[in-house]
Write a protein that binds this ligand. Structure first.
Ligand SMILES: Nc1ncnc2c1ncn2[C@@H]1O[C@H](COP(=O)(O)OP(=O)(O)O)[C@@H](O)[C@H]1O
Ligand SMILES: [Mg+2]
Length: 333
């Protein structure tokens, strides 16, 4: 395609990561203007009531009521006629998990990132880990618990015996470290499980991996440089993720060569195992014996100009604008 494709940029959505999506969306929108794309912005959560002024999409305050039901109407809008590609700046549930991807499939529109199945698998940490294990991609040992299951003493004893402390309790399908607890003793287990169940039908209890916080992006079936995050808190929590100055970053990460290569290889394997396409970011913990553990794959990672994937791209000379252009071109292939 020689002409500039016509783009619909989807931002917002209804997940707890709505605000982050607005930030990603704004950065992507600005890049698209610089790249001379013909772009319209839509928030699926606003349905047929899309704001007329661009700024209203990115404001912290919502312009009108938001709901999941609105998605279907939004995707049906005539505005989509003539759109060549939908750029997804959504994060989390209903945006990154295959649901909006399904609507776009039905609408016959191409979109950035992974398709329906890979998006759904990557959002489901339990399913992802089952596949990682099957493919010999090292991941922390875990136990998945259903919201309807019994939270009794027997379960607490089982968790104690199997994982000890600290252990990690997290919702099965959330992002941004929302609803995640590092449990330091038995008395914290129940409240941690209940917190996880506020966000998900399933909770994961995971072996705690001490050590370093590592992430690596896959773009066009190749890995970008490995990045190490040095959060001010013990873990890379919501505050460290989104508050400037709360984390330091090193890219390329200072890791022995063989481990560095191993992490890049694992990232590609995880990406392929879930069937991802386009781009994604794969999160790891690296323990003190230099053993990497794959935590998860993010199929629509944060895309503000200071987000992790843009940082990795920059380390190999790809500017933020070029990255956006690459993602669009990849999705049109
Ligand atoms: N098993 C673990 N051991 C140590 N830290 C963990 C573990 N699981 C998660 N964390 C910490 O919590 C953060 C978020 O966990 P992650 O599984 O990537 O979920 P999210 O989708 O919320 O990013 C990680 O980046 C890491 O700092
Ligand atoms: Mg993560």
């Amino acid at each position: 395609m020689n002409h500039k494709p016509k783009v619909a940029l989807l931002v917002g959505g209804t997940s707890p990561e709505r605000e982050i999506s607005k930030l990603s969306g704004k950065a992507i929108y600005e890049a698209m203007l610089k790249l001379n794309y013909n772009v319209i912005v839509l928030d699926p959560a606003y349905g047929t009531k899309q704001p007329e002024s661009i700024d209203l999409f990115f404001n912290k305050e919502d312009y009108t009521e938001i709901s999941n039901r609105n998605y279907v109407e939004a995707i049906n809008l005539n505005l989509f006629e003539g759109i060549d590609i939908v750029f997804l700046a959504l994060h989390g549930k209903w945006g990154e998990d295959g649901t909006i991807q399904s609507l776009l499939e039905l609408r016959g529109k191409r979109y950035t990132g992974s398709k329906v199945l890979a998006s759904a698998l990557a959002m489901d940490k339990d399913m992802s880990k089952i596949i990682f294990k099957h493919q010999n991609i090292n991941t922390a040992s875990w136990l998945a618990i259903d919201k309807n299951g019994k939270l009794n003493n027997e379960l607490i004893e089982k968790i104690k015996a199997r994982f000890g402390f600290p252990c990690v309790i997290k919702p099965n399908d959330q992002g941004s470290t929302v609803g995640l607890t590092i449990c330091n003793n038995e008395s914290e287990i129940l409240s941690a499980l209940n917190l996880a169940f506020d966000f998900s039908e399933k909770a994961l209890i995971e072996e705690y991996i001490p050590g370093r916080e590592i992430t690596v992006a896959v773009l066009d079936n190749k890995t970008l440089p490995v990045l190490e995050i040095k959060p001010k808190h013990g873990i890379y929590d919501y505050e460290c993720k989104y508050t400037s100055g709360m984390s330091e970053y090193e890219v390329p990460a200072n890791i022995p060569n063989d481990t560095y290569n191993k992490i890049q290889q694992m990232a590609l394997e995880a990406f392929n195992a879930l069937g991802c396409t386009g781009y994604a970011r794969v999160d790891f913990r690296l323990n003190n014996d230099m053993v990497p553990y794959c935590l998860e794959v993010n199929t629509l990672p944060g895309m503000t100009s200071t987000s992790l994937v843009p940082k990795m791209a920059k380390a190999v000379g790809i500017s933020f604008d070029e990255l956006i252009e690459k993602i669009i071109r990849l999705s049109l292939k």
